[in-house]
Design a protein around this ligand. Structure first.
Ligand code: F6R
Length: 242
């Protein structure tokens, strides 16, 4: 695993966006795995700016997001489809038909997990998976005690995730209690993983994921098992690395 520490959040974000843009330039028919959340907003702003400046072309890029809340329609401002349209897809030259997220309204949850896995497989797998990490160590919504071999499925969210994300909901109690998420196994199948961790609040969990034991209690630690992983941190998030 390669660990890169940048002095500021802006520099860590910029490097993440540059890595993604470089990879797309090398292979224009690119399958990009995407994450949502506060950390990624600046990455998408940088990618949109690079696209506008003609520095990266998304016209042949296919995307697969990690997760989606169960029960939220795409037009709900808290759905991850809405987030992606707002922060990235509406600002770049991507063909919307090539953008994929689990369907939060899918009636048959087991079938939806299988459909999503098949869609990734039919596309030839993910070239680069972008990851953040939750306060409880989750990647995607693979909460503690998720199997490290898990595939896309419905998952109940933990109180820690509820506390982290319900602030975006009005009222907070309207946050769904479950989500579809790619599994840890699905994530580890990606050709390359790029994880971005910023801010002092993530310093403890960053150290656990990068240097702690590989454990299903911190699913982010599973990236240690992947042969082609880079973790980019700002100095604040790197503070507890030894
Ligand atoms: C969301 C996702 C999550 C987030 C994590 C960090 O698609 O994959 O694992 O990356 O919850 O979220 P922020 O960046 O809001 O701290």
């Amino acid at each position: 695993m390669e660990v890169i520490i940048r002095p500021t959040t802006e520099e860590a974000v910029r490097l993440t966006a540059e890595l993604i843009a470089d990879a797309i330039r090398q292979k224009p028919f690119f399958k990009l795995g995407l994450a949502t959340g506060a950390t990624m907003e600046a990455v998408y702003a940088d990618l949109a700016e690079m696209n506008k400046a003609g520095r990266v072309d998304f016209s042949r890029v296919h995307t697969f997001n990690l997760d989606e809340y169960i029960g939220l329609p795409p037009e709900d401002p808290n759905s991850y489809r809405y987030y992606m349209n707002k922060h990235l897809f509406s600002k770049i030259n991507i063909d919307m038909r090539n953008t994929n997220l689990p369907d939060g309204l899918a009636g048959d949850e087991i079938a939806e997990g299988l459909r999503y896995e098949e869609a990734i497989e039919d596309a030839g797998g993910i070239d680069l998976q972008l990851l953040g990490i939750g306060n409880d160590g989750h990647i995607g919504f693979n909460e503690p005690i998720s199997s490290l071999g898990s595939r896309t499925r419905a998952k109940a969210l933990t109180p820690a995730t509820y506390a982290q994300n319900s602030v975006y909901f009005n009222p907070p109690e309207s946050m769904p209690k479950r989500a579809f998420t790619m599994g840890v196994g699905t994530i580890l199948d990606a050709e390359r993983i790029v994880m971005l961790i910023t801010g002092a609040k993530k310093a403890g969990i960053a150290a656990k994921a990068i240097e702690g034991p590989v454990t299903s209690m911190v699913t982010g630690s599973a990236i240690q098992l992947h042969p082609n992983t880079v973790v980019i941190l700002d100095e604040a998030a790197a503070a507890e690395l030894t």
